[in-house]
Write a protein that binds this ligand. Structure first.
Ligand code: NAP
Length: 471
């Protein structure tokens, strides 16, 4: 039986739900379903916590975050195993996520020491002569962090690290399928010496807890990572609070030209099927220059069919089950529609329970849900194109715009892609799934608003205040 972390105390819940492993179905924990009163209690403590952390020096905040990073290093294997159990992430990938989490907190520890404003040349204005102006960055106060199931350690780190670096307190609501990672994170912050009330973790139903957090006037910012549907609802309800939305996508990669097709194919296979495609920047659409198309598809299918499917705790597993059976059923429906529309499934297309076999669709699928909507499953659509302009138009033909990848040996085309692709990040000579944790990251169109990447989150999580001195 797990507990809520509120005001520095571990509190029993009044109602619990069973947390089951997505792969085995076994019950792995009982998790509190936080009530309205418990969420309001967490907010009261967060308000007190905000006053405490605001007074701490940047060095003190940095030292806590440094310690958090160290403690994750010590508990790496335990954290990875927790991930494999609660969200069916293959253990190899789970370890990689924890290594990134360690790095994200380290970046946050470093960033805590360099939050500063700038001086303004006041005498550049006719009326500014004889004045000295400068800015400072102040913490916002209480931040509500709402996080998804797919990277439950590292995406929580992307919210807690910068929020605490910048001197804010947090109420964290993790996804109901991945509360264990959030509770371990709270244990680690507690051990690292974070004062009571600065971090509070409430587990339970998103619609209940989320609504309270998003509407409460004590919350100054909502930082959300998750689906478009929920993100839109949050934006509508949040009023004048700051809101950062890191939403989904159906990311595209253009394969224009390369000296090493084998490596490009291997990377595209990794980008399409890593964590069963449940990655916001998973490769969902690949546009291949006509001259490379046939060879690309053949090599792609060969590589995809070598992936080892099965138990996430096994060292040899490359891909495991989807987060819920309903997700596999949704994709099965989309695949039926695609077949009826005459699209060719060149590999996969079947499932065993919630484990979907890596699926490759060839040809024009531009009007199908499989291509237009976010699949969030091990599915990829590969389409040939003739001209460069066609490739850019196809990649831009999406309601999303998170990141895009472009393989090209032409520097002109690389810069042209940078100018014309409607996305938050253009990744040249790699897949759109590339991310390191200090780079700016976020989308345009329906992929969201605001940027993460520790320094950029710190900017979002602070208020700029201006001072003018008449000399
Ligand atoms: P989700 O269903 O939108 O859930 C995300 C979080 O929102 C969960 O904690 C959920 O709680 C909570 N929630 C649900 N209803 C809510 C409401 N009415 N008000 C406030 N919060 C609510 O997303 P998911 O299935 O966990 O994650 C997959 C999605 O996240 C995909 O669309 C993916 O692309 C996106 N994502 C984006 C990024 C990025 O950086 N751009 C990164 C990772 C994932 P419950 O779990 O209790 O429902």
């Amino acid at each position: 039986m797990k507990k809520l972390f509120i005001g520095g105390e571990w509190l029993e819940g009044s109602v619990y739900y069973d947390l089951a492993s997505p792969y085995s179905g076994e019950r792995i924990a009982e998790i509190p379903l936080a009530s309205k009163e418990e969420v309001l209690n967490a907010l009261s403590f967060a308000e007190k916590g905000a006053k405490i952390i605001r007074k701490m020096s940047s060095l003190e905040r940095s030292e806590i975050l440094e310690k958090v990073s160290q403690l994750f290093q010590e508990r790496l294997e335990e954290c990875a195993l927790t991930l494999a159990k609660e969200n069916a992430k293959p253990i190899k990938l789970a370890r990689a996520e924890i290594k990134r989490t360690i790095e994200t907190y380290k970046f946050a520890a470093e960033e805590a020491k360099r939050i500063h404003g700038e001086t303004i040349p006041m005498d550049a204005a006719l009326n500014g002569r004889g004045r000295f102006g400068f800015t400072i960055r102040e913490p916002l106060g209480v931040i509500a962090a709402i996080t998804p199931f797919n990277f439950p350690f590292n995406l929580v780190a992307h919210k807690l690290g910068p929020a605490i670096a910048a001197g804010n307190s947090v109420v964290l609501k993790p996804a109901n399928q991945t509360p264990l990672s959030a509770l371990i994170t709270a244990e680690i912050f507690e051990e690292a010496g974070l004062p009571a009330g600065v971090l509070n973790v409430v587990t339970g139903r998103g619609s209940v807890i989320g609504d309270i957090l998003v509407k409460d006037p004590r919350v100054k910012m909502v930082t959300f990572t998750g689906s478009l549907e929920v993100g839109l609802g949050i934006k509508e309800k949040a009023g004048l609070k700051k809101v950062t939305l890191e939403l989904g996508s159906n990311s595209a990669v253009i394969v224009d030209s390369t000296d090493d097709l084998d490596s490009v194919v291997a990377r595209c296979v990794e980008g399409s099927f890593s964590f069963a495609g449940q990655v916001c920047i998973s490769v969902q659409r690949i546009y291949v220059q006509q001259s490379l198309y046939k060879e690309f598809i053949q090599k792609f299918v060969e590589n995809a069919e070598k992936l080892v499917l099965g138990d996430p705790c096994s060292e040899s597993t490359d891909m495991s089950s989807l987060i819920h059976l309903s997700e596999a059923e949704r994709i099965e429906k989309w695949l039926k529609e695609a077949e009826q529309a005459g699209v060719e499934i060149v590999s996969g297309g079947t499932r065993q329970g919630s484990l979907l076999v890596p699926t490759v669709i060839a040809g024009d699928s531009s009007k199908l849900a499989l291509s237009c909507q976010e699949a969030f499953a091990p599915i990829v659509c590969i389409t040939p194109y003739e001209t460069w302009d066609q490739a850019i138009d196809l990649a831009n033909d999406s309601m999303y715009g998170l990141q895009a990848g472009v393989y090209t040996t032409s520097i002109q085309k690389a810069f042209d892609a940078l100018n014309r692709l409607e996305v938050g990040g253009v990744i040249i000579n790699d897949i759109p799934s590339f991310r390191v944790d200090h780079m700016p990251y976020g989308g345009v169109k329906n992929s969201g608003t605001g940027r993460e990447g520790v320094r950029y989150s710190v900017e979002e999580m602070t208020e700029l205040k201006f001072a003018s001195f008449k000399l």
